[in-house]
Design a protein around this ligand. Sequence first.
Ligand code: ADP
Ligand code: MG
Ligand code: MG
Length: 529
Amino acid sequence: MVANSALVRAREDGGSKGRSYKWKELLRFPHISQCVALAMNTERDYYSLCVKQPIGKSLFQLFCRSRPDLQNYMSLLDALTVNSVTLTLHSFHTLFGISCLCLQSNQYVSLVQRHEQSCIQSLEHDPCGDVFKACREDLHQYLSGKPFIQYQDSMFFDRFIQWKMVERQPITKQAFRQYRLLGKGGFGEVWACQVRASGMMYACKKLEKTHVKKRKGEGLALNEKQILETLDSRFVVNLAYAYETKSALCMVLTMMSGGDLKFHIYNIGQPGLEKDRVQFYSAEVCCGLSHLHQKSIVYRDLKPENILLDDNGHIRISDLGLAVRLSEGQPVRGRVGTVGYMAPEVIGHEYYDMSADWWGLGCLIYEMTAGRPPFHEYRECPKASEMERRIRNEKEEYGGRFSKHVKDLCSLLLRKDPKQRLGCQGPGAWEVKAHPFFRSINFRMMEAGLVEPPFKPDPRLVYCNDVQDIEEFTAVRGVTLDRTDSDFYAMFNTGSVPITWQNEMIETGCFRELNIFGPAGSRSPDLDW
Ligand code: ADP
Ligand code: MG
Ligand code: MG
């Protein structure tokens, strides 16, 4: 209980109050003369530097706003990005109207005129589509030319390189404060932690080196870390840092304080969830799967305990240890996953691809609705062979809790033959999203994080088992670590993950408070330039 209240307090204080009193020192910019090598080695890719990386994007925006001839471009780009999901025809006219009133360059006039008609047409035709895509691309096309070259000569780009230097500082366990134990995994424990420099809360998944070695888990650990660092989705946990201590490899992940779906299905009231929650969670899982599948990743471990809730009630897919990237889209083989949730083709040693995940989604929707998994009772533990027999041969049963649509969706996703299964006919996730069960979900709003969750976890509760009930993890004896292990640790120990780290700096206000420029472009004295 003491551990819980410390965690609840840290979560409430979150952000700036949780920072160390030395936070400015921890994030001190190196002098610009120390940044030359990094500046030289930075690939000058407009998309990465000015669109994808959050701090890079902010600094490029500041640069454009400092230039009268570029201000309009930025305002329009902002408006088209922020509003592209919610814009109505009326506000669209106003937007273009305003843009045209403050025209400053001929280039801009022609750009706006070129797109106005076609945007209005597509807005009338398909208001849920990405109406402004072409217009945004055109704006980027222009900005990536001369403006981008001039940006690289400005103090804003110097500042970007300074932030990159801070981002690349080596990470050790001293960077974090540790709170209570949240859960236990196969190779170690997961703890709540807080970054001293920014106050950001995360979950730290520790993999004990001796356990990893004894069970030959190196490949698994590295696989999980390398897949996570290539992802950037609001429906999959983000990796913020990867570092090592003397005894463990650590992955610092998005903090999910709302507990997992298994806890919500079974530990609060009657087993099962209400229809609007089933619909919302499965739609968000669908968005997460869609993101993974676009990157040719099969997740392979869909089950309620791997779907975690954040404090607002949105979900993220977690635990990507079993995920696999298909090389050149080629199917894989391998009996991987959790007994009871594996698809028939996985059990049957056949080659498979994304079909395994659509089966998993079927099991998940079934379990959320029925309050039990499709092929066994909740606490029943049949032998693996019996489990396999049922999955391959038995038809699941639908009780009175299943509405017509949810039953139809589950039975399409739980088709034994992957060729017949929903999601496997071509357009992938879109096929599933188009099912009548999801009719009331606006997926573009959902992808933008604009759909309100039907249930918000209580911020004063800790949605996981008591610390005492989580078994302790002890080091294994008789395993010695040597040189070859160090090579593997070095591959793992890469420190901050750029996009997540930069978002952390922005969300916690550190970026705003530190990114001060002195008068007339001089370097700000109080930050020791
Ligand atoms: P393993 O791969 O060893 O199964 P998991 O990634 O599933 O490890 O983590 C083990 C447990 O730790 C989870 O069941 C959950 O209770 C907790 N946990 C994992 N990741 C997070 C997170 N990002 N936020 C909160 N708790 C988490
Ligand atoms: Mg797990
Ligand atoms: Mg795992």
